[in-house]
Design a protein around this ligand. Structure first.
Ligand SMILES: [Zn+2]
Length: 362
């Protein structure tokens, strides 16, 4: 069977296909003049998928205590839980996967044709060692931080969190620009006042506790204007900020999209943590309301402070975190730990003409 780079969205798989340097047309997705991969000719993808699929157990071999409601077919699991295929049809995914793993299919068809589950998801001993939240749920962790022990919780495995962060590093080069918006007057705000507030004016935010300075930036002027939630007829000043030196941030937007095929990654460990990683991602992107309390920021402040504490050769490894904008689709934000890493090089004043309120009856 011929598949192509466009049939997949996993970066590791795309790079394997590109390295083959076979160009042609793809009968599966109909892309023309693309890098193709012949499953009869090569074995690379079989080896990669065999490892991923081997974390699953067919329903007939799962322990009786395993909840049957938590099993599903491999083709649905691959689409729902893993960001590997560009094909959304279960039939396409089934056909591709049984061709790539044809040897495995010959002696273990049950894995592909019967509901499957991950036995370790329900093994307390395994979870205690390999789950980000040991045997707790995300809700237990949040509750413990808010009401039991804020700074020294044992509900999270920080060594594991550090490892997951290392898979989502994102470098930025000196000279790259980001934006920051503040509500202002018609006269605007001078450039030297556009940065992070001084310590005495800091308030609790998604990535900083009151008293800790943090520079919040957005990928575009538009994202930052949305994030500011200015009202109609308000004036806002948008500052353009230039990065002074090369940095690395943790791209939390991708925390649940790490490729399972990264060489040093343990697929099983990653799979059992997917649910927790999704929760971290959702928490970073959660919409805050005026009525929410400062306590609601504590889980993300905890994770941010931990990222800030990671060092390599006694030097801080990460300069900030990146997360999706909840106010502006496809936009993203950066929280930079040391505000001095950026300088404001330009400002523009805007007047908000209209706000498009969308609502629904509860
Ligand atoms: Zn294709």
């Amino acid at each position: 069977m011929i598949v192509c780079e466009k049939c997949f969205c996993d970066t590791e798989i795309i790079s394997v296909i590109r390295n083959k340097e076979d160009i042609g047309n793809c009968p599966m997705c109909k892309s023309k003049n693309v890098h193709i991969y012949d499953t009869d000719k090569y074995e690379d993808l079989s080896i990669m998928f065999d490892e991923l699929i081997s974390i699953y157990t067919p329903i007939t071999q799962l322990l009786n205590s395993y909840p049957k409601s938590d099993t599903r077919l491999l083709k649905s699991e691959l689409i729902k839980n893993w960001n590997i295929f560009n094909r959304k049809s279960e039939a396409d995914v089934y056909n591709i996967i049984t061709e790539i793993c044809k040897e495995k299919y010959e002696y273990n068809a049950e894995l592909f044709d019967q509901p499957i589950g991950i036995q370790e998801l329900y093994e307390q001993d395994y979870l205690a060692k390999h789950s980000l939240l040991t045997t707790n749920s995300w809700e237990d962790f949040v509750d413990a931080l808010k009401t039991k022990n804020r700074f020294h919780t044992h509900y999270i495995n920080l060594e594991l969190l550090e490892r997951f962060c290392s898979y989502i590093r994102k470098p930025y080069k000196a000279g790259e620009c980001f934006y920051r918006c503040r509500i202002s007057t018609e006269e605007g705000i001078p450039m030297d006042k556009m940065g992070a507030p001084p310590i005495e004016y800091t308030t609790d935010g998604r990535a900083n506790a009151k008293g800790i300075r943090c520079l919040y930036l957005g990928d575009s002027a538009e994202t930052t204007i949305y994030e500011t939630r200015a009202g109609a007829y308000d004036f806002v000043t948008v500052g353009k900020f230039k990065l002074k030196k090369d940095i690395i941030v943790v791209d939390l937007k991708r925390i649940n999209q790490i490729s399972p095929f990264i060489e040093e990654l343990d697929c099983l460990e990653y799979a059992i943590n997917k649910e927790h990683l999704n929760k971290i991602n959702n928490e970073m992107g959660r919409i805050m309301r005026r009525s929410d309390s400062a306590l609601d920021y504590i889980p993300t402040q905890y994770i941010t402070d931990f990222v800030k504490s990671i060092t390599h050769n006694e030097v801080a490894e990460y300069a900030g975190i990146e997360y999706k904008s909840v106010m502006h689709e496809n936009g993203y934000n950066l929280a930079i730990f040391n505000p001095e890493l950026f300088e404001c090089i330009d400002t523009k004043i805007y007047k908000i003409d209209m706000i498009d309120y969308r609502k629904h009856v509860m």
